[in-house]
Ligand binder design. Structure first.
Ligand code: NAD
Length: 490
């Protein structure tokens, strides 16, 4: 049931006020669990984005005029407000994603931790003092805000995605316009309300609802927006990069993955199965860091496959805390997945389990895909090289460590990777040679911490890292300061 504090139509937040779309239009947000309409969403366009950028531009000098410590104090209040409202936030996240309340609470806790970490950065906000080659001259580097930040996010973990961008953008003295994901409008709206109630000055964070082409593209286009930070698919990231590149806007891209998890012949198989199930299927596989390529040593392949398929058959799919994972975000994504599975089957892959929409009474109307495992897909097949962003994973055989590593690296993506082994030698060489931004030993491919820089290689991004202190480099400009001293004036 939709909580009563959620409005019938989710509005924008512009200049500290809630606002319907300028064109008066809205679109329906459907429940991933039942397919029923939950509420309407403001269908914003260029006019709304223009007003939001205007509000952010006006608010920016005063916000930048606060000291970083003062900005950190406001962010701390927002993090506290989020903690106070965590049950409501988790209820909204669960409602609009279909994930369980427990999972949504975990995601909200991650957003709070991100806020607290970045609030603390206000007390550090280090620059650098250096030396000069010239006598009587000092040299230092300080951070300065960029101006207005345009933030565009995906729906998969909506409140964590938002926190990863909003908190570092604001601590650096920027104001922001966030384009919420069209599938998760209310979590962004509620965050805007919490931020306003926590004392964030009007216009510092503006939130625009709407579709990507209608409300996201104008934000990327706007010359007043100094930086675009985007979390989403590689295809959209490339389009955004082309537009932002045209006007030399700063750009941070956190894109897709096709992440490998290697299971060696010396692995603890129970632990490996535990992590494959979580990395491939938790959050319905809707993670940039999901494990979608499981590379298994030949000598243990058959046993591992049998045990993994059996355990997968025991997974519970649904929206409650007793379930292992929920629906995918919308019907279009679900249909894309079903078509990709069918094409893979026609190209020679075998479906070991799943591959179908769940239509039984408990799942009818919802966007549910059975947990799906395939094998015999060629390493260069479409299903092996493109991200599906659902509860789907493929198994591959490798003869030895070197072949497994080569297969893991043979991908257009390079976001995260994991190896399961008891050998320090294999683990060490894996972490050295794997082409990924995150390398994990004996765990999942997913998971990150607020103080750790996350991001990927190749088509998984453009080399930036968020969050961690590295996010400060994304959202601030460095300025060198030289001061010449006249010894005669001493
Ligand atoms: P998407 O690229 O379709 O949409 C992401 C956001 O971009 C949405 O808000 C959408 O409205 C907006 N958008 C779409 N077209 C746009 C355009 N032309 N101009 C401006 N904005 C536009 O992605 P999705 O399917 O919603 O999300 C899943 C993707 O996000 C996956 O590829 C996943 O790997 C990626 N992701 C990456 C990370 C990471 O940190 N690397 C984290 C989460 C999700």
């Amino acid at each position: 049931m939709t909580p009563d504090f959620i409005p019938d139509c989710i509005p924008n937040w512009i200049g500290g006020k809630q606002a319907a779309a300028a064109g008066g239009e809205d679109f329906p947000k459907l429940s991933p669990h039942s397919g029923a309409e939950l509420y309407g969403v403001a269908r914003s366009g260029a006019a709304d984005v223009g007003r939001a950028v205007q509000a952010a531009t006006q608010a920016q000098p005063a916000w930048a005029g606060l000291t970083p410590v003062q900005r950190g104090e406001v962010l701390h209040e927002i993090a506290q407000g989020l903690r106070h409202e965590r049950d409501n936030m988790a209820a909204v996240v669960a409602l609009e994603t279909g994930m369980s309340h427990q999972a949504a609470l975990g995601e909200t806790a991650a957003a709070i931790a991100q806020g607290e970490f970045m609030a603390g950065e206000g007390r550090r906000f280090y620059g650098r003092t250096s030396t000069s080659a010239v006598a009587n001259k000092s040299a230092m580097t300080v951070r300065q805000p960029l101006g207005v930040a345009g933030l565009i996010i995906a729906a998969n973990t909506p409140i964590a995605n938002l926190a990863w961008k909003v908190f570092p953008a604001l601590i650096c003295g920027n104001t922001a316009v966030l384009k919420a994901a069209e599938d998760t409008p209310a979590s962004a709206w509620l965050f805007g309300k919490i931020a306003a109630e926590a004392g964030l000055p009007a216009g510092v964070l503006n939130i625009v609802q709407g579709y990507g082409l209608e409300a996201g593209a104008p934000l990327v286009d706007d010359p007043r927006v100094a930086i675009i930070s985007f979390t989403g698919s590689t295809a959209v990231g490339k389009r955004i990069a082309a537009t932002a590149g045209e006007r030399l806007a700063r750009l941070s891209l956190e894109l897709g993955g096709k992440n490998p998890l290697i299971v060696c012949d010396d692995a603890d198989l129970d632990n490996a199965i535990h992590w494959v199930l979580l990395a491939a299927f938790s959050n319905a596989g809707q993670r940039c860091a999901a494990a979608s390529r499981i590379i298994i040593f030949d000598s243990i392949y058959d046993e591992f496959r049998e045990r993994l398929v059996a355990r997968t058959g025991q997974l519970k799919v649904g929206p409650t805390d007793d379930d292992d994972f929920g629906p995918v975000i919308n019907e279009r994504q679900l249909n894309n997945m079903l078509l990709a599975i069918e094409r893979a089957r026609q190209a020679g892959a075998t479906i070991l389990t799943g591959g179908t929409r769940l239509n039984d009474p408990a799942h009818a109307g919802g966007f549910y895909l059975a947990p799906t495992i395939l094998e015999n897909a060629a390493p260069d097949a479409e299903i092996s090289t493109t991200e599906l962003f659902g509860p789907i994973t493929c198994l591959y055989r490798a003869g030895d460590f070197q072949q497994a590593l080569d297969m893991a690296n043979d991908s257009p993506y390079g976001l995260t990777a994991s190896i399961h082994t008891r050998s320090i030698h294999r683990a060490t060489v894996f972490t050295q040679r794997i082409q990924a931004g995150v390398a994990v030993v004996n765990g999942g491919t997913h998971g990150s911490e607020p103080h750790m820089p996350f991001g990927g290689l190749k088509q998984s991004g453009n080399g930036t890292r968020e969050p961690g202190t590295e996010a400060l480099d994304v959202y601030s400009e460095l300025k060198d300061i030289y001061i010449n001293i006249d010894p005669g004036q001493l």
